[in-house]
Design a binder for this molecule. Structure first.
Ligand code: SAH
Length: 376
């Protein structure tokens, strides 16, 4: 079969360096072959709603980290309801609810309330189970994950950011531990969520070997969904003091100053998408907004390299400016309706049909055709 491929991380690292036989065009073509065979050509859509930028974490690179000097917002119930209705009307079938990370009881209950309300509001003949809901609200306890799963969310995105513990440690204050992040991923899987993870690509000092190891990590945690994007610097993050254990000074410049050009990070991200598709097969892979920050047609290029998910932003326009994880985020001035129309147009430009009115789960999560040890 086209996807049969013994996995060797040295070989993957070579692809990431541009040494795939026949070059990048051949790498992307192979990824598309695997995709057509295992997940089909259809693009799955999720409305991305950024509900709040309050955050208790202090990830050094992130524009909404705790110490970043940005105004904070929380969407109202009315805004959230309107965004859900808009997803239904646009035929998206699924929604991703993302926010900064908090662990207090009020936040936990708020998320439960949001999930419950979206589900109640969006059940219809067209969508008997309502919108599919992906949560992306960080590291939580197993019991919190269970509560949100029971409320009706069924997918969860939590990026490992990098699978290299030393690089992870450089990017986060000491109290945000790599081991805790990995434990949260395992707990999500055990709770019955479809699991999404991913990394940033082109972090200063990050090697192709580390990125190849990231793909093996995705396989080993049995991820169903992958969301990856280029690392893009944020001035709000660069100049903010680091929490307690960092002594209150801003991060040192070498931690956050890219050592690859935007072009190189874009190319590397596309190679990562293709390599992930070839190695993992039947998972969902997003062409993320950050790709479009580096190139006006970055998301289309992601689709051509093996991605099969687009996440049009449905955050109300007045809140968008508050959710800038990195500088130059696209679509910040767009009305949601514009994004709703633009996204299928991008899929069409990449020559791809879109799935409407369905959750669009990855075959990996719903069938066992391409599991570990069954790749012959
Ligand atoms: N709090 C949620 C999600 C918010 S951040 C969580 O913890 O999962 C979502 C993602 O944005 C992060 O996982 C990170 O990979 C990405 N991100 C943050 N800052 C970034 C930057 N400067 N460049 C590129 N991606 C960034």
């Amino acid at each position: 079969m086209t996807h049969a491929h013994a996995i060797d991380s040295r070989e993957v690292a070579a692809w990431l360096k541009g040494a795939y036989p026949g070059g990048d065009a051949a790498l992307f073509a192979q990824a598309r072959l695997v995709q057509d065979e295992l997940v089909g050509p259809e693009v799955r859509l999720r409305g991305l709603l950024e509900v709040s930028n309050y955050c208790g974490c202090d990830c050094l690179y992130c524009g909404i980290r705790r110490n970043a000097a940005v105004p904070r917002f929380d969407l109202s119930d009315a805004d959230i309801g309107a965004a859900a209705d808009q997803c239904v009307a646009a035929g998206f079938g699924s929604m991703t609810v993302q926010a900064g990370e908090r662990r207090d009881q009020a936040f936990v209950e708020r998320v439960t309330g949001i999930v419950t309300a979206i589900k109640e509001r969006t059940r219809s003949e067209r969508l008997p189970e309502g919108l599919g809901i992906t949560l992306s609200v960080g590291e939580q306890s197993t019991s919190v994950y269970s509560q949100w799963r029971a409320a009706g969310a069924h997918r969860y995105l939590l990026r490992i950011e990098t699978s290299d513990p030393d690089l992870f440690a450089r990017l986060h204050p000491a109290r945000q531990r790599y081991e805790t992040r990995v434990a949260a991923l395992r707990s999500l899987k055990a709770t019955g969520f479809q699991l999404g993870t991913g990394v940033m690509i082109g972090i200063p000092g990050q090697s192709e070997e580390q990125l190849a190891a990231d793909i093996i990590f995705f396989r080993d945690v049995d991820a169903d969904m992958i969301g990856m994007g280029p690392y893009i610097p944020s001035r709000a993050a660069m100049f903010a003091p680091v929490s307690a254990d960092g002594g209150g000074a801003p991060p040192s410049a070498d931690v956050l100053t890219p050592d690859r050009s935007p072009r190189e990070r874009l190319r590397l991200t596309l190679r990562m998408i293709a390599a992930t598709r070839i190695v993992l097969g039947d998972v969902n892979i997003a062409a993320t907004t950050a790709l479009q920050a580096l190139s006006a047609t970055g998301r289309e290029a992601g689709l051509r390299a093996g991605a099969n998910v687009l996440m049009p932003i449905v955050t109300p326009v007045q809140a968008r400016g508050g959710y800038q994880l990195y500088d130059g985020k696209p679509c910040v001035d767009e009305e949601s309706a514009a994004c709703a129309a633009c996204t299928p147009w991008r899929a069409a430009r990449a020559g791809r049909p879109v799935i409407r009115d369905a959750w669009g789960d990855a075959p990996h999560a719903t069938t066992s055709a391409y599991r570990k040890g069954d790749q012959s």
